[in-house]
Design a protein around this ligand. Sequence first.
Ligand code: PYC
Length: 322
Amino acid sequence: MSARKIHIVDSHTGGEPTRVVVAGGPDLGAGSMAERLERFRRDFDPIRSAVVNEPRGNDAIVGALLLEPSDPTCDAGVIFFNNVGYLNMCGHGTIGLAVTLAHLGRVSPSASIRLDTVCGVVEARLLEPNRVTIRNVASYRSAAQVLLDAPGIGQVYGDIAWGGNWFFLVSRHGQTLRLERLEELIDFTWAIRQGLEMRGIAGGDGRPIDHIELFGPPTVAGADSRNFVLCPGKAYDRSPCGTGTSAKLACLYADGKLLEGQVWRQESIVGSVFEGTVAVVEGRIYPEITGSAYVNAEATLILEESDPFCYGIRPACQTVST
Ligand code: PYC
């Protein structure tokens, strides 16, 4: 049988990688983006793993499968995925996708693009070849200052907010947010994640809270805050996290600490910065996030069935002998 070939373009947004599948991905047929995501999960999950996991990728990469939109007002559709599954939305990935489409000459370097995502339409405006503003889906806080007793770390309070994914946002945690403390920060946030699961604390729509976000003082001039974001597969976000910053903006707005149009500069754990504002339309909060992305590779992945790790290194592969 001949090998499957998948053409990808890699970029990073504030240090966080995005791998756009531009050709050779799975045929998910017609239907809404949510229906196609379910088809991806059910019938083609090994391809997700092959694209982002080792030995071709790594835990931090977010994949973006480029598709025809199901919403006719959109220019393209996209399904985001990671080392362990699928994302509803991805802010850094949307910025990376817009820069990638410009790099490929599929849109002009000053284009405005409407993207059909699993959780709604997201707009991306290219300001410069590498700089993009996205208007995210409506974001909101579903619960404020929820008390959590987490294994090994005790009590923490966090807000629960939606920014295209569900986040638990913690400001009082006693942690110093420095890259040198990566292992401690991962352990701490993973304990929060486990605590949320153990205690059945979920997002406003009952779905799991699979992103944890800590906030601390900024280190970059002009930034308002620094964050550390733990992603669902235990990787940390190198960027300030587009959906996480959206969730933060929704909380700040709800607390009266951010006005419509006022700029919030969110620094990441590696020192990259997103600028965020909110627009309020009919009472709903639409975050706008601006960041920079750079294309850094184009490649063809080869999926050769005789390769014992053809579909990536996953827990189920651990018993495969080479
Ligand atoms: O930028 O929204 C984001 C994101 C989610 C997970 C990793 N990055």
